[in-house]
Ligand binder design. Sequence first.
Ligand code: NAD
Length: 464
Amino acid sequence: MSVANNSVSEEKTISAIAQVVSDLKNTFATGVTKSVEWRAEQLTQLKRMTEEQQDKILAALGSDLGKCKAEAWTSEIGYTLSDIDHTLKHLKKWMKPRKVSTPIAAQPGKSYQLAEPLGTALIIGAWNYPFQLVFAPLIAAIAAGNCAVLKPSELAPATSSLIAKMVPEYLDSNAIAVVEGAVDETTELLKQPFDHIFYTGGETVGKIVMRAAAEHLTPVTLELGGKSPCIVENSANIDVTAARIVWSKWMNAGQTCVAPDYVLVEKSLSNKLIAAIQTKVEAFYGTDIANNPDYGRIVNERHFQRLTGYLQGQNVVFGGQQDAQTKFLAPTIVLDPDPQSRLMQEEIFGPILPVITLDSIDQAIPLVNQRAKPLALYAYTNDKTYEQKVLNQTSAGSTCINDGFMFMVNPELPFGGVGNSGMGNYHGKFGFDTFSHLKTVMKRSFKFDVSLRYPPFSNIKSAI
Ligand code: NAD
């Protein structure tokens, strides 16, 4: 069985999508994707693809988002390669039956959980890390023994078309397909009876995905976003805090799902913090940021207009320079914006950092808790009591004390949202489990068939 052309480009008809999915399902039914050999071979091929096509991948990311090579390599290529290495290293262990104890009532017997692949998965990526956000879930899907359709974001067209070209050259076309396209193609994909849907993107489309999945009772993982707060408590080391805020906020020009969205700081400390952030921005990007290749661009005109629109009538205390033609928007700080403004009501997802000053840092946690649960929460503090307060009194997909999104580099930690920032998680073994069904297995012995549980119950009635 083979999918004749597993890259359905825009000029191909949407009607091909049902056939692509059906072909993958047929492949899954043969059982070929279940062997450890197939899984390891595909992961190795994915590694080869990422290494051999590095220059083209970097060029595509540069064309889509103006990503500088060093940043693109670390956050997209290097990240993917280390994810593959980690998965290959642990694959056999993750696939092993997970033995558990068996209670006396079921003795003699054995109990274990068996990770079995779900089947054929749909992976829908977002545009901000358009390579990594498609391949990190694919690594997990392959490791767990699934077939998959990849739907890269149409808002990163160079990366999307490169993915559609590369994947059939390196991976098993009978099991892994790429469908390029936008709303129409995704809508058609969502009508198909997938066994899992893994979606990365915004909340609005997340709801569309979940509604469509309900039709087939397909389980979903939703990797969404939201406004991730950053609390700077009075005891924090301001110099290091500023460096880490600048690194995590202005990487990829702020278009990172886990970027700090806004800062909460006491009034007495705010000038010092803003000055330190300004110093770090200049140290990292210089004073002519528009001509610094290390600084990215806004993905498209629509997002550029959205972001510059946020600045209307705001108190911009740093940055604000913009160029519509090159979609450049400088690292920008807005001081104390109106809480009702769009800047504070919507996820910014760009290089604008509101700094909210408080009379007392005790106001920070209640303010965070007034909003939907964020994807990430950052607290900079040297005070262990305050650290515990943050951990106990707030809820977020991930929390990092004294840094930006460094937790992303640890494959032993799950990555995912909570509440409005998403459901389910992945990375490392968590991704393997997301694309697996943990089948309960109990094996009993024919010996000692205790008759007490069988009717008639007249023998035990007197004891009840
Ligand atoms: P996007 O526009 O790239 O959309 C994501 C996917 O949804 C794309 O593949 C797109 O084709 C599809 N899509 C768009 N409209 C659709 C529709 N009407 N019906 C069906 N499918 C549709 O991405 P976006 O939503 O602009 O991404 C930004 C959001 O993603 C932010 O909220 C960000 O925080 C979040 N995000 C989350 C993560 C994470 O890992 N949690 C990572 C990156 C981005």
